[in-house]
Write a protein that binds this ligand. Structure first.
Ligand SMILES: [Zn+2]
Length: 210
C-alpha cells in the first residue's frame, strides 16, 4: 500500500519445480494471511512466532512485496494429472526423442548464472546438472534463460530494480540454501569469484586449494 521514494522490494517466487505443490499454495496462503491481518489490524502467529499488527502495517505500508506464486503452470498441471513426480516444465521433446522424460527443462537450472556448467566446474565436482534433454529432472535447457518460465522470473528483477530481497520457495526438502553457494564460500580474496575465468573448470570441489 502506498508509494514513495526509498521503498525496498521483496520478491517471493514459487512453483519453479512442478512436483513441489506446497510452494505455490504456501505463497497464496501467505498473501491471504498478510492481507487479512492488515485489513483487520490483527497479529499473525505462526508456531512460536507472533508478528504484531504494527509490524504487519509497517511491512505493507513501507515495503513493496511481489509474490509470483506459480512460475511453472504447465509442469504443475502435468504433475497433478499425469506424473506426480514431474519436475521440469513442458518444453516439447527434441526431434527424434520419443520417451516421455525427454520433454521439459529444469527451470531452476536454466538461469544465466554459471549455466554452462561443464565450462565452469571441475568434472569431478558433485553437480546434479545434465545437458541431456532426456534427463528426467535436471536438464539445463538448450540455452541460458531459454524458457518462458525462466524469462518471467527474471523479468521481475529487470522491471522492479528496487528488489533487494529474494526468496525462491520450494517444498522438496527442509533446507535453506543461500546464493553464491556454487562453490565454497570465501570472503578474503576478491579475485576468487565466479566471473574470473582463471577458475573455470576448477569450481565445485569442497575444501580444494583452487
Ligand atoms: Zn525445487
Amino acid at each position: 500500500k502506498g508509494s514513495g521514494a526509498g521503498r525496498l522490494g521483496i520478491y517471493f517466487l514459487g512453483g519453479v519445480h512442478a512436483r513441489e505443490w506446497g510452494s505455490p499454495d504456501i505463497l497464496v496462503n501467505f498473501v491471504q494471511l498478510l492481507a487479512n491481518a492488515y485489513r483487520t489490524n490483527t497479529d499473525i502467529t505462526i508456531g512460536s512466532r507472533t508478528f504484531t499488527a504494527a509490524q504487519i502495517k509497517s511491512v505493507v505500508e513501507k515495503k513493496d512485496i511481489y509474490v509470483f506464486p506459480q512460475a511453472n503452470p504447465d509442469g504443475r498441471n502435468y504433475s497433478m494429472l499425469t506424473d506426480p513426480m514431474w519436475r521440469k516444465n513442458r518444453r516439447p521433446a527434441p526431434a527424434g526423442h520419443t520417451q516421455s522424460q525427454c520433454v521439459g527443462v529444469d527451470v531452476n537450472r536454466n538461469y544465466d548464472f554459471l549455466w554452462d556448467f561443464p565450462k565452469y566446474f571441475d568434472p569431478k565436482s558433485p553437480l546434479a546438472n545434465s545437458t541431456d534433454p532426456c534427463d528426467h529432472d535436471v536438464y539445463i535447457g538448450p540455452a541460458a534463460t531459454s524458457e518462458p518460465e525462466t524469462k518471467n522470473a527474471v523479468w521481475m528483477f529487470d522491471n522492479f530494480p528496487h528488489i533487494r530481497y529474494f526468496v525462491d520457495l520450494h517444498s522438496y526438502s527442509e533446507d535453506i540454501l543461500y546464493n553464491w553457494g556454487d562453490d565454497v564460500d570465501q570472503s578474503a580474496d576478491p579475485a576468487m569469484n565466479f566471473q574470473n575465468p582463471a577458475y573455470d573448470g576448477k569450481r565445485g570441489i569442497a575444501n580444494d586449494k583452487a
